[in-house]
Design a binder for this molecule. Structure first.
Ligand SMILES: [Zn+2]
Ligand SMILES: [Zn+2]
Length: 89
C-alpha cells in the first residue's frame, strides 16, 4: 500500500512539473504544443528570442591586422570578431 501511495505522489509531482514546463503556444493544427518550454512559457520553436539567438548577422571583423589595417574577414560570431582574432580557449 505504501508503495502505491509513493507512486501516486511521484506521478502528481511529475505531471505538475511537466505542465509548468510545457509550451503555452499551439501548433499549426491548433493543438497544444507538446514541446518543453525553456523561457517565457514558450518552447524553442515558438519563442522569438530563440530565433534571434540562432540567426547571427554576418559582420566584418572589428579587429585589426598586424599592419594596423582593418581585418576584412566576415564572421557570424556574436563577438563580431573573426576566428583569426578571437582568443583561442
Ligand atoms: Zn511550442
Ligand atoms: Zn579578424
Amino acid at each position: 500500500m505504501k508503495k502505491s501511495l509513493i507512486t501516486v505522489a511521484l506521478f502528481t509531482a511529475l505531471s505538475g512539473f511537466a505542465q509548468d514546463n510545457q509550451c503555452v503556444s499551439t501548433t499549426k493544427k491548433g493543438d497544444r504544443c507538446l514541446l518543453t518550454s525553456w523561457s517565457n512559457s514558450l518552447c524553442w520553436r515558438h519563442n522569438p528570442d530563440y530565433v534571434k539567438k540562432e540567426v547571427n548577422p554576418t559582420v566584418v571583423c572589428s579587429s585589426k591586422k598586424k599592419d594596423k589595417t582593418n581585418c576584412k574577414v566576415k564572421t557570424k560570431h556574436s563577438s563580431g570578431i573573426c576566428y583569426h582574432h578571437r582568443p583561442k580557449n
